[in-house]
Ligand binder design. Structure first.
Ligand code: TXA
Ligand code: MG
Length: 351
C-alpha cells in the first residue's frame, strides 16, 4: 500500500513530516516534490533502501542516482573534495536545478553510484524537499519518480499513475515549477563537462566559471552520464518532432505531416506555441483540423511555460487515445536547449 500525503504550506505539517522522515530514516521509499520533477527518494547511505529505488522504477542497475542534500554541511561525508570551480557553482546556483558530479567519498555505498568513483549531488530549492531532507538529517538518493523510460513526473498524479503500490509514501506538493530535470555538470575531472542540459543554462554556468565548458552526449561505449544513453521521456503514442531553420519551415513541415497522417485516418494532436497555433488555425483549421486537437503552450519568446508543461502534456495526450503527437522544434536558447534535448530523446521520428 502506498500512502499519499498532501503537504499544505498553510497548515501545521509537523505530524506529516514526522511520518515521512521516519519512513526515510528506516529505509523506506518516499516520493518527494522538487522544483524540477518529482523524485523517488531513499536513504542514500542505506544500500538496502537504495536497491528499492531501482526495483520500483525498473531502472537499469548501471544508472547511478543523484543524492539530494539540504545544506552544504552534508557534502563532507559524500565527496572527496570540493574544488574552487564547484564552490563557485554552489554559491551561485544552490539551492536550485543544478546537479554537480564530484569524486565520491569512499564511504558512499556502491549501490548509489553504481560502482563509479564519482557522485552526483543536488540541493533542491523546493521548500518541501528541503524540509524533508533537513528533518530526516540524511542525504536522500532520488531519481525522477517515473517508471523507467516514461516522461518524468511533474505532479503527484503522474507519480500515482506510475508508482502506486510500488513505493511507501508519495508526498503531494503540487506541480513542479521548472518541469524538466536539473542540469548535470561533471566537475570530477580536470575538464568540466555538461552532461545534461536543464534548468540552469550553459551560458549562466560559463559566466560564473569564467570559461567555456564542453558538453558531451555520452556514447554507449563511454558514458560519463550513464542515464543519457537510454531512450527517455517517451510517451507511448508516436511523437513526431518537426525541425527547421526558422518558424516558417517548421510550420510548413508540421502542416504537411498533419495532412498526411490525417489522410491516413489517424487522429493527431498538435503541440504548438501561441504564435504558431494562430498561423496554423488561419491556414487549415477551418478545413481539416479539429481545434480541440491543437494544444497551445506558451510562446516561442518565453519557453518557460513549455518547459514546465511539456512532460505533463505528453502524459495527458498519451491517455487521450491519439495516434500521433506533432510538435515543432523550439529555439535552442536558455531552457530551449533542455526542451530540445528531451524532445529528441522522446521522439519516435524527427523530420
Ligand atoms: O532534477 C533532477 O535532477 C531530478 C530530481 C528528482 O532531482 N532527478 C533526476 O534523476 O532527474 P535521474 O536519475 O532521472 O537522472 C540523473 C542523471 C542520469 O542521467 C544519471 O546517469 C546521471 O544523472 N548521473 C547520476 N550519477 C552520476 C555520476 N556519478 N556520473 C555521471 N552521471 C551521473
Ligand atoms: Mg529520470
Amino acid at each position: 500500500m502506498t500512502l499519499v500525503i498532501h503537504i499544505d504550506p498553510n497548515r501545521d505539517n509537523t505530524q506529516n513530516y514526522k511520518i515521512i522522515t521516519e519512513k526515510l530514516r528506516s529505509g523506506g521509499t518516499v516520493v518527494i516534490p522538487t522544483e524540477t520533477v518529482y523524485g523517488l527518494g531513499a536513504h542514500a547511505l542505506d544500500p538496502q533502501a537504495v536497491k528499492k529505488i531501482f526495483s520500483a522504477k525498473g531502472r537499469p542497475v548501471d544508472n547511478p542516482l543523484i543524492v539530494h542534500i539540504s545544506d552544504t554541511k552534508m557534502l563532507a561525508p559524500l565527496v572527496d573534495s570540493v574544488s574552487s570551480d564547484a564552490q563557485k557553482l554552489i554559491d551561485a546556483f544552490w539551492p536550485g536545478p543544478l546537479t554537480i558530479i564530484f569524486k565520491r567519498h569512499k564511504n558512499v555505498p556502491a549501490e548509489v553510484t553504481c560502482g563509479l568513483d564519482t557522485i552526483a549531488i543536488r540541493m533542491p530549492a523546493h521548500p518541501i524537499a528541503n524540509q524533508i531532507i533537513k528533518i530526516s538529517g540524511v542525504p536522500i538518493a532520488a531519481p525522477s519518480a517515473n517508471l523507467s523510460g516514461r516522461p518524468s513526473p511533474t505532479s503527484a498524479q503522474h507519480v500515482i499513475t506510475d508508482l502506486d503500490g510500488k513505493v511507501d509514501i508519495i508526498v503531494d506538493g503540487g506541480d513542479s515549477e521548472v518541469g524538466l530535470e536539473s542540469t548535470v555538470i561533471d566537475l570530477s575531472d580536470e575538464i568540466p563537462l555538461l552532461l545534461r542540459p536543464g534548468g540552469v543554462s550553459k551560458e549562466k554556468i560559463e559566466k560564473v566559471l569564467g570559461f567555456e565548458i564542453g558538453s558531451e552526449l555520452p556514447t554507449v561505449d563511454n558514458p560519463r552520464s550513464p542515464g543519457m544513453k537510454y531512450r527517455h521521456y517517451a510517451p507511448d503514442t508516436m511523437l513526431v518532432l518537426l525541425t527547421g531553420q526558422d518558424e516558417n519551415t517548421i510550420r510548413k513541415k508540421l502542416l504537411a505531416e498533419y495532412i498526411q497522417l490525417a489522410n491516413e485516418g489517424k487522429r493527431v494532436a498538435v503541440i504548438a506555441s501561441l504564435e504558431m497555433s494562430n498561423e496554423i488555425r488561419d491556414e487549415v483549421v477551418a478545413e481539416i483540423m479539429d481545434g480541440e486537437d491543437i494544444h497551445i503552450v506558451g510562446t516561442r519568446r518565453n519557453l518557460k511555460t513549455l518547459g514546465s508543461c511539456l512532460f505533463g502534456l505528453l502524459r495527458d495526450l498519451d491517455i487521450q487515445g491519439y495516434d500521433a503527437i506533432l510538435i515543432g522544434a523550439c529555439p535552442e536558447k536558455g531552457i530551449g536547449v533542455a526542451i530540445m534535448n528531451r524532445l529528441r530523446k522522446a521522439s519516435t521520428r524527427i523530420i
